[in-house]
Design a protein around this ligand. Structure first.
Ligand code: NAG
Length: 401
């Protein structure tokens, strides 16, 4: 009986021991689960909080973005309005300038053609051939008129505020006349040579037998035509052969007047312009004559062929040039503002002032001391306060009436 009891007791003890053991394990697991549950609950709450915060943040940024967008569009509108106003003021100023210049021929037309963007680059090379082709079709029937000033290129700044430069269309050589008179001319082999040079030192100096007067000379087909204006002497047109370095012809100037042809450039008594049509002289018929006169001269013999009164006033004129038998007179004010072509005269009566647009040059440093047209390149060689500038022009056909 005793071993049975011992067995029973020991079994009971073992049972209670195991029971305790499992109970402890269960408690432990339950606690762990609770802890994990707590933690999960915590993370859940945390994520909800983050979510809410995120949503609020998004809402805030969206609101801020909307605000910014509104402000931006308001600013944009303001800028647009200001641009329109500036444009208007500029037009009004130009209009007032037009009104205040005396006897402005083209102002009757009230046509204001504004050149918007001025491309500063020049597409040389590929356009050269095209230009030549255009030239050959044009020379036989010269019926072109300037429609706009396409671009401007500032080559360099050399010499005095006044002067002139030009390029012989046949030889491509560049001739620089520094100042308003002198007995020497600087010659460069090309426009590139000129723009790459330091000052005028690297050029070839051509010494003339007499002084040229006023930046009103012309170079064409290997000849230099200049005005000789010596004290107590009549004006003379000199034809100088650049190749043989000798004077080939001299002609008396047809009028006695020594009045300036453009009142804004009083040094120029006669302005010469050469093109395929011939040699042109722009001058004043007398001190009291208000208009610019035009004479056509045979470039070979220096014979005067015909004379016209252009009806373009000398007053407030700064330069003029001839394209295809049409004189374009450029006006400005003193002090200088914006140069503009404001009077045209066509020797063939095909272009009338009302048809010719009022063309503005881009706003520049000062005023033009000279503007020389090159018919082969359809560009103007300008001298503006010591800057050498090239303006490229676009053409259109004259209206045939
Ligand atoms: C241009 O001429 C002026 C005088 O008219 C002279 O002082 C100046 O040195 C000349 N410039 C050059 C580069 O020859």
């Amino acid at each position: 009986m005793k071993p049975v009891l011992v067995l029973l007791v020991s079994t009971a003890w073992t049972l209670t021991g195991a029971q305790y053991y499992y109970q402890g394990l269960m408690d432990y697991l339950e606690n762990r689960l609770l802890a994990i549950e707590d933690r999960m609950q915590f993370w859940h709450e945390q994520s909800i909080r983050f979510h809410t915060e995120m949503r609020d943040f998004k809402k805030l940024t969206a609101e801020a973005m909307d605000g910014l967008k509104n402000e931006h569009s308001l600013l944009q509108k303001d800028i647009e309005r200001t641009v329109v106003q500036v444009d208007q003021v500029e037009r009004e100023m130009d209009y007032v300038e037009t009104r205040t210049s005396p006897r402005a021929c083209a102002s009757k037309a009230d046509k204001v053609v504004e050149q918007g963007a001025w491309g500063l680059e020049e597409n040389r090379g590929e356009e050269e051939e095209e230009d030549w082709e255009e030239l050959y079709s044009r020379v036989s029937d010269c019926v072109e008129i300037i429609s706009s000033i396409r671009s401007v290129k500032i080559l360099k700044r050399v010499g005095s505020p006044k002067g002139m430069w030009t390029r012989d269309p046949r030889s491509s050589r560049v001739y620089v006349f520094n100042g308003t008179s002198g007995d020497s001319v600087s010659q460069f082999n090309s426009v590139r040579d000129f723009s790459g040079s330091v000052g005028l030192a690297s050029s070839r100096q051509i010494r003339l037998p007499s002084e040229w007067s006023g930046p009103g000379s012309a170079v064409y087909n290997g000849y230099l035509y200049y005005i000789q204006h010596e004290a107590d002497m009549d004006l003379q047109v000199v034809k100088y052969d650049l190749l043989s370095a000798s004077v080939t012809d001299i002609a008396m100037f047809p009028v006695e007047s020594h009045a300036a042809v453009y009142t804004l450039n009083p040094e120029i008594v006669v302005d010469l312009a050469a093109d395929d049509e011939g040699l042109w002289l722009l001058y004043a018929a007398g001190d009291s004559e208000p208009n610019i006169n035009l004479a056509k001269m045979d470039p070979a013999t220096l014979d005067i062929e015909e004379i016209w009164d252009t009806r373009c006033p000398r007053d407030n004129a700064e330069a003029a040039f001839v394209v295809c038998g049409t004189v374009y007179v450029v006006y400005n004010t003193s002090p200088a503002s914006r140069s503009r072509i404001q009077c045209v005269f066509d020797v063939n009566d095909m272009v009338i002032n009302a048809e010719a647009p009022l063309l503005y040059f881009p706003r520049r440093y000062g005023s033009h001391a000279s503007l020389k047209y090159n018919p082969e390149e359809k560009q103007l060689y300008g001298w503006d306060d010591g800057y050498q500038i090239i303006y490229r022009l676009t053409m259109k056909r004259k209206l045939l009436v």
